[in-house]
Design a protein around this ligand. Structure first.
Ligand code: EPU
Length: 338
């Protein structure tokens, strides 16, 4: 077992926060987990499972063991005329999987290009972008059960996927560690370019006949133009979820502010972009020392370099309060605050 002691987590979180942990171990095989969990020294210690570190805000020293998931491998398990079933190690980089799929002519995840993080973290919060969520291609996953040390298979219906949600964030939280994910990709892709300016971007690119690589490239272009690159400016993507409000509440907002964007979820509810609410509450581009609110996408909080997690947390609470005061809407965080 490889163990680092008193180690800075700065390279392991996309906010680039310089917070240390007592111990860190690298997991390259599911069996490594057993070794960690049966080791007397680590048994009672607090543990933090880390994928790409792209959805966490570290606010203080971590007094425990960080378990860094690095299980690798992209393996075709099954293939027929229509689809391919692929088994992917939890530690694989998500975007590398997307590129692999695109290169092999396999559709289903091209709209999810350039999402930071690892494959093991993808089902955890059911990542999504540009009208697609990972659940649409998800087949199953294997997870290490902490209590028994056994590997368990979960199928789609076991995962309760929702908007940025799965059972692994709910009732199964901290009980399982995802080691492999199975995706069913298609050889005959159905392109989905209806979200926002995806079609317009493809037109600008001069694309006439759609292909997986053009869609992937268009998504990459949009993301690069709007979202800060974590290797340049620390961030964890959307900091908040888009809130869902009742139709009555939405209508009262429309009465007060003419054009309120909103997407109907069902007959009674509307999803309102948190970015719009935060912008209207005057936070877009806000800067406070080393931290702030991104100038092109206010849903993203940023660390310009030497910012502190605690300061980002305080800023996020101020944003929540001002949005609640102005619109009567409680913003929920998407990022895990540790
Ligand atoms: N908007 C503003 N001001 C802005 C930016 C956006 O008012 O500065 C409003 C506009 O009305 C715009 C709407 O917000 O039409 C939606 O904006 P965008 O398409 O950028 O998407 P989003 O709802 O803000 C979500 C995801 C992103 C994902 C995009 C694209 C959440 C919490 N975030 O953002 O995911 O990339 O859609 O699909 O659902 C992430 O999870 O880390 C993430 C980046």
């Amino acid at each position: 077992m490889l163990i680092d002691r008193n180690i800075s987590l700065k390279p392991y979180n996309t906010f680039g926060l310089d917070v240390a942990a007592d111990y860190l171990t690298h997991i390259r095989h599911p069996e490594d987990l057993k070794e960690v969990f049966t080791n007397k020294k680590f048994q009672l210690m607090k543990k933090l499972i880390l994928g790409g570190g792209s959805n966490i805000l570290l606010t203080r020293h971590f007094g425990g063991l960080v378990i860094k998931m690095e299980i690798a491998g992209i393996e075709v398990i099954e293939e027929n005329d229509e689809t391919v079933l692929v088994k992917v190690g939890a530690g694989e980089n998500w975007h590398q999987l997307v590129l692999w799929a695109v290169e092999n002519g396999l559709g289903g995840i091209e709209n999810l290009s350039l999402i930071p993080g690892t494959v093991g973290a993808a089902p955890m919060q059911n990542i999504g972008a540009y009208g697609v969520e990972q659940e649409s291609v998800f087949h199953s996953l294997e997870a290490y059960e902490v209590e028994s040390g056994k590997s368990t298979r979960f199928y789609k219906e076991d995962c309760s996927f929702g908007y940025r949600y799965s059972a692994f964030k709910g009732p199964l939280k901290e009980k399982y560690i995802i080691t492999h994910v199975y995706y069913r990709l298609t050889k005959h892709p159905i392109y989905n370019v209806s979200y926002g300016n995806l079609k317009a971007t493809l037109d600008e690119m001069g694309v006439e006949e759609l292909s997986l690589s053009d869609i992937s490239q268009a998504v990459i272009n949009i993301r690069q133009s709007k979202l800060p690159d974590p290797s340049e400016i620390g961030n964890a993507g959307s900091f908040f979820k888009n809130p869902v409000v009742s139709k009555e509440h939405y209508q009262s907002l429309v009465a007060a502010y003419d054009e309120v964007p909103g997407y109907e979820i069902n007959e009674a509810e509307i999803k309102v972009p948190a970015a719009w609410l935060i912008e209207k509450a005057s936070w877009k581009g806000y800067k406070r020392g080393e931290i702030g609110v991104h100038s092109k996408q206010p849903l993203v909080l940023v660390n310009f370099g030497k910012g502190q997690g605690q300061a980002i947390k305080m800023l996020s609470e101020e944003i929540q309060k001002s949005v609640a005061d102005k619109f009567g809407i409680e913003l929920e965080t998407e990022v895990n605050i540790i």
